[in-house]
Design a protein around this ligand. Structure first.
Ligand SMILES: NC(=O)c1ccc[n+]([C@@H]2O[C@H](COP(=O)([O-])OP(=O)(O)OC[C@H]3O[C@@H](n4cnc5c(N)ncnc54)[C@H](OP(=O)(O)O)[C@@H]3O)[C@@H](O)[C@H]2O)c1
Length: 240
């Protein structure tokens, strides 16, 4: 049985990704900070914080062999504050989880994946869930934007470093997705979508992102690494 690690698996996008892999016969190990997580077949929930070294090690040890890593855990700033008022605490909070945590978990898993047997040129797949915020300025949550731009470079770096070992590293870049993270600002995004922000004029669903991650990691695209899949209803298009 193949094994997948999915961070942020307790809710939203991470949960949809965990379900997708579990339904397709993977044993999935999911981590979020809350004490109790979801329960379903082929899924093991581990409570922990990916910004914490010992918790990352515990997650990887529990999984044993790792065929797929999906970095989906992420946080928005606790308070949306203007760029001129952003605190160091809020900056560190976003960077520690969204960028540093994902980097060092990827590093740990990559070393483990190198022990995997190479089958048809592949030892494993790594995919990170970044955001349109990697390239879109939002001056009331700049720390989130910086952390996601950093995560995109984490993808590129590991894609470069691990290509020769048969480990493709790619990125899915969600747009506006209906989850706990966006529920607090639902009215704002309802209005923007109704006003024509997105070529595909609807909220994205966690399953839309899970489908993209699954396609990148299921073996159907082995000659692709360092790729960004915009899964955003066309938000990234420049329109006139
Ligand atoms: N929703 C959107 O519109 C959207 C758009 C672009 C990108 N994204 C990205 O998609 C990813 C998933 O977000 P979501 O929208 O599904 O929101 P969500 O439901 O809030 O999911 C985030 C998950 O990450 C977990 N998490 C947060 N910090 C963690 C940590 N330090 N260690 C382990 N787990 C942690 C959370 O659980 P705990 O709180 O229990 O730890 C939660 O399960 C995030 O990286 C987010 O930035 C979302």
């Amino acid at each position: 049985m193949k094994t997948a690690i999915v961070t942020g698996a307790a809710s939203g996008i991470g949960l949809a990704i965990a379900k997708k892999f579990a339904e397709n016969g993977y044993q999935v190990y999911g981590m979020s900070r809350r004490e109790t997580g979801p329960s379903f077949e082929n899924f093991t929930y581990i409570s922990g914080d990916i910004s914490n070294t010992a918790d990352r090690e515990r997650l990887v040890a529990a999984a044993g062999k790792v065929d797929v890593l999906v970095n989906s855990a992420g946080v928005a700033p606790k308070v949306r504050a203007d760029l001129l008022d952003m605190t160091e605490e809020s900056y560190d909070y976003c960077m520690d989880i969204n960028t540093r945590g994902a980097f060092f978990l990827t590093q740990l898993v990559a070393k483990k994946m190198l022990e995997n047997e190479e089958i048809n040129g592949i030892r494993g797949y790594i995919c990170s869930v970044s955001s349109i915020s990697a390239y879109t300025s939002s001056v009331n949550r700049g720390e989130y934007c910086i952390s996601k731009a950093g995560l995109s470079m984490v993808t590129q770096l590991f894609a470069d470093r691990l290509a020769e070992y048969g480990i493709p590293v790619n990125e899915v870049r969600p747009g506006i997705i209906a989850t706990d993270m966006t529920s607090k600002v639902q009215g704002k995004y309802d209005d923007l979508i109704a006003g024509g922000l997105l070529p595909i004029s609807r909220w994205g669903q966690p399953e839309d992102i899970a489908a993209a991650v699954w396609t990148l990691c299921n073996g159907s695209l082995p000659y692709m690494t360092g790729q960004v899949i915009n899964t955003d209803g066309g938000f990234h298009l420049r329109r006139l």
